[in-house]
Write a protein that binds this ligand. Structure first.
Ligand SMILES: [Zn+2]
Length: 177
């Protein structure tokens, strides 16, 4: 299973601040912060949409489905698809069709973020397999999309708390070079 085209923002490091200052002026930064504030009651997807607009990242759509047929996948992916009874399509949170890039915002609980993901102790037998299936499905979807030539970007819900960092990373991924 190849994941070469799948990218995720890496944990904070000291030098991201340097990169950030390259990309945004103080004015742009305060404008961005002003526009992102007050999003707590919106869904994470809406918050990310707002962030994309604030960063002038356009060319995306939501609720667009990407389908594939089993025969278009590699034999190993086909096996995973059939064995797990996964769907042969996905609706990415954001699709940048011209860039052939999709962007997912993964909830920390549902997608088992390494920092905040937990299995509820009240019903481990239910949640354990369910959350594991989610993780496996994510990896399968990533691999299937990569196989079909899509670049897959995934960000965690908690990364919305550092909007500047997230914005800069998205700008680099979506406007390379
Ligand atoms: Zn998290």
């Amino acid at each position: 299973m190849t994941e070469t085209a799948r990218k995720r923002l890496l944990p904070s490091s000291k030098n991201w601040i340097w990169k950030m200052t390259d990309v945004m002026s103080p004015q742009q930064r305060s404008e961005l912060m002003a526009r992102i504030r007050g999003t707590r009651n919106e869904s994470t997807e809406m918050a990310l949409a707002r962030l994309l607009r604030a960063a002038h990242l356009s060319g995306w759509r939501r609720h667009s489905r990407i389908s594939w047929q089993a025969e278009h996948l590699s034999p190993s992916l086909r096996k995973i698809l059939l064995k797990n009874n996964f769907r042969a399509s996905v609706v990415p949170d954001f699709m940048f069709r011209e860039r052939r890039t999709v962007l997912f915002i993964d909830g920390c609980f549902w997608h088992s973020c390494p920092q905040h993901g937990t299995v509820p102790s009240s019903n481990v037998d239910y949640w354990g397999p369910k959350l594991l299936r989610n993780r496996n499905r994510d990896r399968f979807v990533d691999a299937a999309l990569c196989h079909l030539g899509w670049t897959v970007l995934r960000v965690w819900e908690h990364e919305l708390k550092q909007p500047e960092r997230l914005t800069n990373w998205l700008l680099r991924q979506l406007n390379p070079g």
